[in-house]
Design a protein around this ligand. Structure first.
Ligand SMILES: Cc1cc2nc3c(=O)[nH]c(=O)nc-3n(C[C@H](O)[C@H](O)[C@H](O)COP(=O)(O)OP(=O)(O)OC[C@H]3O[C@@H](n4cnc5c(N)ncnc54)[C@H](O)[C@@H]3O)c2cc1C
Length: 416
């Protein structure tokens, strides 16, 4: 079976690795290069702590169990900077404490290790953290990677197992049994997709995908995996089957290297609410962690501003203000740089993993929003199991592409 994976971010890399190891003939294409998109513009937290009971937590638990096993088998895993340091979530108000304790209790019932810390244990674990904390919970299973390093290592393993990588190769459109539904004849023409006409053809006759048109010509394919992160909506539209994946902007501040100051991944309990919020306005909740190089990453914001990539000083100021509330000793520390990226956001906050009901041969592995680094390996494992007909490691139903949040209610009716 010939598979084209669109996108060489961490999700595409992980999927390519799983499919190549299963013996499929995989071509990964990216209009940039490996980790050219969001994967190089986020943080590398692998979290179970921020997910309440439900399908995303199950995917996070699967992924967390796979990471060490996968890294053990990679020849060049050094750049991954795997650090199973654990996370600590803190509340700073009485109401926040009640919410955090309730949340942790629900996670324990779902099999997550969540240990309440008293003031003395918290001070021992994080000596520079403010003492103005009303509750703290330790999650030993939270971990961290360097996202670009992890994506590159996964991709290298895919190439080692026979996958082919095409960089500077942009997906333009689809080829089906009937030819090019947008009317083009030359796959290398560079002409853009004509999504609406493609859409009507594939819906009308259940046409099967046989290849993709790219800026480097036509590539034959029996199966295409859309792993284009925040651009997955556009890629799906070019293939004739639009999905609702939107960019959700996030910014991060990076300090100059410091002596050891932050020992776990530490975040404010507000973070969980910000992740789950659908608001378009600025949500900023403190997430702080150190890196192997000694820098401290201070994240992160959430805003829906399309693909506007301007760094906004008011967002950075809000991140810094909230970080100082948790770590007063960071006052006066040099900020080395700030950066931002676009999380691939789906309105119901769940990834999209599986076949598209409208265009046979099209699959999606996308929509992981702020958790795609952590969830990449579990997503890839589930995708491989579904493609090869193996028993899935978890219930794929909640992630199916045909749900209303992904297709929109009208499209769902048409696809049913
Ligand atoms: C500020 C911030 C902090 C974050 N922190 C974390 C965190 O701590 N932990 C975590 O798990 N996640 C985090 N995330 C989210 C995480 O980064 C993403 O979920 C993840 O990187 C998505 O990976 P991806 O492979 O799906 O997409 P991407 O990395 O965006 O890859 C998509 C690729 O598709 C390519 N592409 C797009 N269109 C085309 C086309 N037409 N033709 C060919 N190629 C195309 C792009 O060039 C790109 O390389 C964060 C995100 C942000 C913005």
């Amino acid at each position: 079976m010939r598979v084209v994976v669109v996108g060489a971010g961490i999700v595409g890399a992980a999927c390519a690795r799983e499919l190549a190891r299963a013996g499929l003939a995989v071509t990964v294409l990216d209009r940039g290069g490996p980790a050219a998109g969001t994967t190089a513009h986020g943080e590398g937290n692998i979290l179970v702590s921020d997910k309440g009971p439900g399908p995303e937590l199950e995917l996070a638990k699967l992924s967390r169990s796979l990471w060490p096993e996968i890294l053990d088998g990679l020849p060049n895993a050094g750049g991954v900077e795997w650090d199973p340091k654990g996370g600590i979530v803190v509340a700073t108000t009485p109401e926040g404490a009640r919410e955090l304790e309730k949340f942790a209790e629900s996670q324990r019932a779902a099999g997550v290790t969540a240990e309440a810390l008293d003031a003395a244990s918290l001070a021992a674990a994080e000596p520079h953290l403010t003492r103005e904390v009303t509750a703290a919970v330790h999650y030993p299973d939270d971990a961290q990677v360097q996202p670009s390093g992890a994506a590159t290592a996964l991709l290298s393993d895919a190439l080692r197992h026979g996958a082919d990588l095409r960089t500077g190769c942009e997906l333009i459109g689809v080829r089906t049994h009937d030819g090019y539904p947008d009317g083009s004849r030359d796959g290398a023409s560079g002409e853009r997709g004509g999504a609406s006409s493609v859409w009507s053809v594939s819906r009308a006759d259940g046409n099967r995908l046989t290849g993709v048109r790219t800026s480097q010509g036509v590539i034959d394919a029996d199966l295409v995996v859309n792993a284009a992160g925040p651009w997955s909506g556009e890629v799906a539209a070019r293939l004739g089957a639009p999905i609702d994946v939107r960019p959700r902007r996030g910014e991060v501040l990076v300090t100059a290297p410091l002596p050891p100051t932050v020992f776990h991944k530490v975040y404010d309990a507000d973070y969980v609410g910000a992740v789950g919020s659908g608001s378009q306005d600025l949500q900023a909740s403190t997430v702080i962690e150190s890196t192997g190089a000694g820098t401290i990453l201070i994240g992160s914001s959430r805003r829906q501003v399309g693909f506007d990539d301007r760094i906004r000083p008011f967002v950075l100021a809000e991140l810094a203000r909230k970080a100082l509330r948790l770590y007063p000793s960071l006052a006066g520390v040099q900020v080395m740089r700030a950066y931002g990226g676009f999380r691939p956001y789906v309105p119901d906050h769940l990834p999209v993993i599986g076949p598209d009901p409208r265009l046979p041969g099209l699959w999606h592995a996308t929509g992981h929003e702020g958790a795609g680094i952590g969830l990449s390996v579990g997503t890839a494992r589930l995708l491989r199991e579904l493609v090869t007909g193996a028993v899935p490691s978890l219930d794929p139903e909640p992630f199916r592409a045909g749900r209303p949040a992904v297709l929109g209610a009208d499209a769902c009716e048409g696809a049913a």
